[in-house]
Design a protein around this ligand. Structure first.
Ligand SMILES: Nc1ncnc2c1ncn2[C@@H]1O[C@H](COP(=O)(O)OP(=O)(O)OP(=O)(O)O)[C@@H](O)[C@H]1O
Length: 357
């Protein structure tokens, strides 16, 4: 297991009376591709800016390779940032843009030329030295921004929604390019996005955030297959989410009906959240599933059909390779292994009226 590189210890940050990051603790390993994922305004950029040295936490520490860097200036950290807007100097050539920081540091001409050649090769822009930024596409400009950051030989690259301004096809190409670059460089990437597909594609580790708190840390597989709460399940992929009741071991009441499940350890008559992924809802003949419903919506998506089924006053999302036309009566079946039972957030738990045990 690679060793810890950055240790964020109990960090908090407010702007006025807006508490944006609340007592957040997280560590980042050497050579990790770690993604901060969450809805707009949840504090991702603020956390990244504290890593980069552009914001100072009100409380807590940022430790880098065992040293406290909380108050160290951005240019004194071995951490470089690539922003969403490429921020290239438009009156300078690509080579001059990349050379800018190195000239300030008074590196020799031959050192600078060698670094530019290496960086442009890494980002697949060999021969672009004399071009001007506005003659480059958005994706190419973003590659230059990355080249400019990596010539400083950072140990960590912070990327704040770097693909946000690109169209979908280019975004997808750049996602693979970024993974390749990271592997070639052998450094740590900390990546901010609100796009869950991007996070699932690229990351070793995903940190799901909401309202300044970490909701879950895990591999893409963990986060998708075993979300720890309804927020994560809802944010990552599509889900059917129910406020449910754990009747007893292996039996959960969803929409007033008992569904067999495998989760244990919640006790009897406990309010829980139950999550069922659309691909785990099986449609059968009416009467042969657990509950019956009617198909109200159907879209062909190439690899599968997406359907909506009305059953017990709930619109179930269903993904299936089999097509059931709108108006078909169906039975809904769910394998007990495919019902994920999770604790309700504490406040709801406390308020919930528990049925006698
Ligand atoms: N310099 C600042 N002054 C005042 N408020 C700020 C400042 N920077 C961020 N905020 C506020 O902090 C909150 C979190 O912002 P932040 O940019 O960290 O969120 P985010 O998760 O990166 O969102 P997005 O995905 O939209 O960029 C927001 O409510 C924002 O308005």
């Amino acid at each position: 297991m690679p060793k810890k590189l950055i240790d964020i210890q109990g960090v908090s940050k407010s702007f006025g009376d807006n508490l944006v990051i609340d007592d957040l603790t997280l560590y980042i390993r050497e050579n990790e591709f770690l993604t901060l994922l969450g809805p707009s305004g949840c504090g991702k950029t603020t956390l990244l800016r504290m890593l980069g040295g552009f914001e100072t936490p009100d409380q807590g520490k940022v430790i880098f390779e065992g040293k406290n860097i909380t108050d160290i200036a951005p240019n004194k950290r071995q951490i470089n940032t690539v922003f969403q807007k490429y921020a290239l100097f438009t009156h300078m050539t690509i080579a001059e843009n990349i050379a800018f920081g190195m000239k300030i540091k008074k590196h020799t001409k031959s050192y600078i030329e060698e670094k530019i050649r290496y960086a442009l090769k890494l980002v697949n822009l060999e021969g672009f030295e004399e071009r001007m930024p506005d003659s480059l596409s958005g994706g190419q400009q973003q590659r230059v921004a990355i080249a400019r950051a990596i010539v400083n030989e950072p140990k960590v690259l912070l990327l704040d929604e770097p693909l946000g301004a690109l169209d979908l096809k280019l975004r997808q190409d750049m996602q693979y390019e970024l993974i390749r670059m990271k592997n070639e460089l052998g450094i740590t990437f900390v990546y901010v996005t609100h796009d869950q597909e991007e996070a699932l594609t690229m990351s070793d580790t995903i940190v799901v955030m909401n309202q300044g708190y970490i909701q879950q840390i895990g591999t893409p597989e963990d986060i998708y297959n075993e979300p720890q709460n309804a927020f994560v399940a809802d944010f990552i992929g599509e889900s059917n989410i129910f406020s449910a009741l754990m009747v007893e071991d292996k039996l959960v009441k969803i929409l007033g009906v008992d569904f067999p499940c495998v989760d244990v350890g919640f006790g009897k008559n406990k309010p829980v959240d139950a999550v069922i992924r659309p691909e785990d809802v099986e449609l059968e003949k009416p009467g042969s599933g657990i509950i019956d419903g009617i198909v109200t919506h159907l879209i062909f998506k190439g690899v599968h059909y997406e359907m909506e089924v009305e059953a017990h006053n709930y619109t179930w999302l269903v993904h299936s390779t089999e097509m059931f036309p709108v108006g078909t009566m169906v039975g809904i079946h769910v394998d007990p292994f495919n019902i994920q039972i999770m604790k309700k957030p504490v406040s709801e738990d406390e308020e919930a009226i528990e049925v006698e045990e």
